[in-house]
Design a protein. Structure first.
Ligand SMILES: NCC(=O)CCC(=O)O
Ligand SMILES: [Mg+2]
Length: 323
């Protein structure tokens, strides 16, 4: 045998020398869930180690992450049911919990990169990502709400706006809204290929944002489809996106690779709540080695082509010095 691939695995030094994929704090984005109140830190039952935080505790969390070198955060709100309506009106109200949280982080930690989620579902009495009429999710009417929400985020200090709703044309609509209002420098990280996935279950518990009727299959993608992700990605690129996101990540590594091969924009991948919950549950039972499983999952998402990974594991991998 002239070629013996095992020679390049014979020692730690050589294995490290030929290593192809790196994972570091700069690749990671931590999703954080915000709730109203003072000194609140409520663990999400299906996501051990993930908490709904009131703004005071959110600031403590951001500070401890910054000290670990984790500098990018994606915020999600748990909104009081009484404040929700059909049009997600509260989402762009000056005193909305979410906008207060953005302002609080940017005032205290201007160096933190704040990514904001644009979608109606946390604020919608229907629990959908669009305006509902006769059981249908309206596309173009929803864009107006998303535009107002994005503008409110920009005014509050967001660094990157991340529309997660999957309405057609929303990246272009939001880009124009931002540009017309002087926010040409604010980036858009588009959830380009967001699948109608069972893996979002724990997150919807965390936000109390499950749809009140039906499902999200008329706007989120069918898990059976791959080529369609390229249509979505190409449109978002034409409409002015700065990042293309694939979500979920682990069951969609082929889609991450495909989007990365077809676009020169950076690809982000969302390692979602259900992926997190599976690992935590198995680790708690002693069925999986937590450290090795988590680092393998994150490395495989990077290997598939993601520049940035949104993951609930972001802080623990740094705290425990797993990467
Ligand atoms: N728009 C953000 C999400 O839907 C997150 C889903 C998850 O972590 O399961
Ligand atoms: Mg789209």
């Amino acid at each position: 045998m002239l070629q013996r691939p095992r020679r390049n695995r014979k020692s730690e030094v050589i294995r490290e020398m030929v290593k192809e994929t790196y994972l570091s704090a700069s690749n990671l984005i931590l999703p954080l869930i915000i709730t109203e109140g003072d000194n609140k830190k409520i663990e999400v039952a299906s996501m051990p180690g993930v908490y709904r935080l009131s703004i005071d505790n959110l600031l403590r969390e951001v500070e401890s992450c910054l000290n670990l070198g984790l500098k990018a955060f994606d915020l999600f709100p748990n909104i009081d049911e009484a404040l929700k309506d059909k049009y997600a009106t509260i989402s762009y109200h000056e005193e909305c919990l979410y906008l207060r949280a953005i302002r609080a982080i940017k005032a205290r930690f201007p160096e933190a990169c704040v990514i904001t989620d644009v979608a109606m579902d946390p604020y919608s009495s229907d629990g959908h990502d669009g305006i509902v009429e006769n059981g249908e999710i309206l596309n173009d009417e929803t864009l107006e709400v998303l535009g107002k929400m994005a503008l409110a985020h920009a005014r509050s200090g967001a660094d990157i706006i991340a529309p997660s709703d999957m309405m057609d044309g929303r990246v272009g609509y939001i880009r124009k809204m931002l540009d017309d209002n002087g926010f040409t420098n604010i980036s858009i990280m588009s959830y380009s290929a967001k699948y109608a996935s069972a893996f979002y279950g724990p997150f919807r518990d965390a936000l109390d944002s499950a749809p009140k009727f039906g499902d999200k299959k008329t706007y989120q993608m069918n898990p059976a489809n791959q080529r369609e992700a390229l249509i979505e990605a190409a449109l978002d690129e034409q409409e002015g996106a700065d990042f293309l996101m694939v979500k979920p990540a682990l069951a969609y590594l082929d889609v991450i690779k495909l989007v990365n091969d077809h676009s020169n924009l950076p690809v982000a991948a969302y390692n979602v709540s259900g992926e997190y919950a599976m690992v935590k549950a198995a680790a708690q039972k002693g069925w999986l080695d937590e450290r090795r499983t988590i680092t393998e999952i994150l490395t495989s998402i990077r290997r598939a082509g993601a520049s940035a990974i949104l993951t609930y594991h972001a802080k623990e991998v740094l705290e425990n010095r797993w990467i």
